[in-house]
Design a protein around this ligand. Structure first.
Ligand code: KG4
Ligand code: ZN
Length: 335
């Protein structure tokens, strides 16, 4: 089966061609530079950029894969969650292509696609697992019982982990998105220099909360005037904030995995690019004898390939198809 997938849920315009579980192309056009001067994603600007970029990105994906539109067997797009006017661009374009070709169309939940991205190319090795999805908009712990069968264990009750990186970075005067910059600066800082709260770490649930940590960084900066003029102290601050976020993510993931009796832990989403998170998950999983599967970095941040891979699995499993005039679901929470 050869499938075209489109993803426009936030600030990445992406198109991919997937065939028989393999990614033939995965083209991503990022709008990060455009939104940087506003310190976050501006929905109207994102939609305008998607409109401008979608066709060239889709053409590039077809060209790279050596696939003609006429030979597509199905079309998929992200249906939600995401920014409504951004989702609309890719979703309606994908429906139109499917309509014109008279081929099946399937709308995909963005979080569900993240969930299966650590298995791309390795679905034959699939194991029951606890999966951590961490990105700018979401922080979720999910029990994946089997292929296409999962149950959400917990999620963030306020800010997502990526949002916490980005917002604390903004307080430090770093550019958006601050996550990768904090990661880089933290590499030369002392993670024990400053002690920040580890929210909900000891609560008996699988939920997360990061807004209190952000507030404590705000007060810390206010109470230490001049700290942001000292590059060494900024590096220590980055390392300490990163250590707090990562400790909560790793400990709660491992605790859920032990309780659910799985042998495998997976992680995906943009924050899974974080070097400390990857390292700490590796150490913790080795210590507790869990098999760890991290999504490839190119599949961690938003991309259409993960949408296409999941769509193909659903079509092969003969899940019921939505009507071709179905609508986007900006608030579609994973169950
Ligand atoms: O999955 P993603 O591309 O988009 C969303 O669906 O949100 O994730 C983007 C998020 C941003 O918050 C960004 O700061 C964070 O992932 N991120 C990182 C790193 N790389 C990306 N956070 C910490 N360390 C990184 N290396
Ligand atoms: Zn995402």
């Amino acid at each position: 089966m050869t499938l075209l997938a489109l993803e426009t849920s936030c600030d990445e315009t992406s198109a991919a061609i997937v065939r028989d579980g393999k990614i033939l192309s995965n083209v991503v056009s990022s709008q990060i530079k455009l939104h940087r001067e506003y310190g976050g994603v501006v929905p109207e600007l994102a939609a305008r950029e998607h409109l401008k970029n979608l066709l060239p990105v889709a053409q590039a994906a077809l060209h790279e894969a050596g696939v003609e539109v006429s030979s597509l067997d199905a079309v998929a797009a992200t249906q939600g969650p995401g920014l409504a006017i951004a989702l609309l661009i890719g979703f309606k374009a994908a429906q139109s292509i499917a309509f014109a070709l008279n081929k099946p169309f399937i709308g995909i939940n963005h979080h569900e696609a993240h969930l299966y991205s650590p298995w791309v190319g390795h679905f034959s090795e699939f194991q029951r697992n606890v999966s951590l999805i961490v990105s700018g908009g979401h922080t979720l712990l999910v029990l994946v019982e089997s292929d296409l069968k999962h149950r959400v264990l917990g999620g963030t009750i306020d800010d997502a982990a990526g949002e916490c990186f980005d917002k604390t970075g903004k307080l430090m005067g770093l550019a958006y998105p601050a996550g990768p910059i904090i990661d880089r600066l933290a590499a030369q800082g002392n993670p024990e220099a400053y002690d920040f709260p580890r929210p909900l770490l000891h609560d008996a649930n699988d939920d997360f909360s990061f807004s209190g940590l952000k507030t404590s960084v705000r007060y810390f900066i206010r109470d230490h005037p001049g700290l942001l003029d000292n590059p060494e102290k900024i590096r220590d601050l980055c390392a300490s904030v990163q250590a707090a976020i990562v400790e909560v993510l790793v400990k709660k993931t491992i605790r859920a995995a032990k309780r659910e009796g799985v042998r495998c832990v997976t992680a995906s989403g943009g924050v899974t690019c974080n070097s400390r998170l990857r390292r700490e998950l590796e150490h913790a999983c080795a210590r507790h004898s869990f098999n760890l599967r991290l999504a490839e970095k190119s599949l961690c941040t938003d991309n259409a390939a993960m949408i296409g891979v999941l769509a193909e699995r659903k079509l092969m499993a003969h899940v019921p198809l939505p009507p071709l005039d179905d609508e986007v679901q900006p608030g579609w929470a994973l169950a």
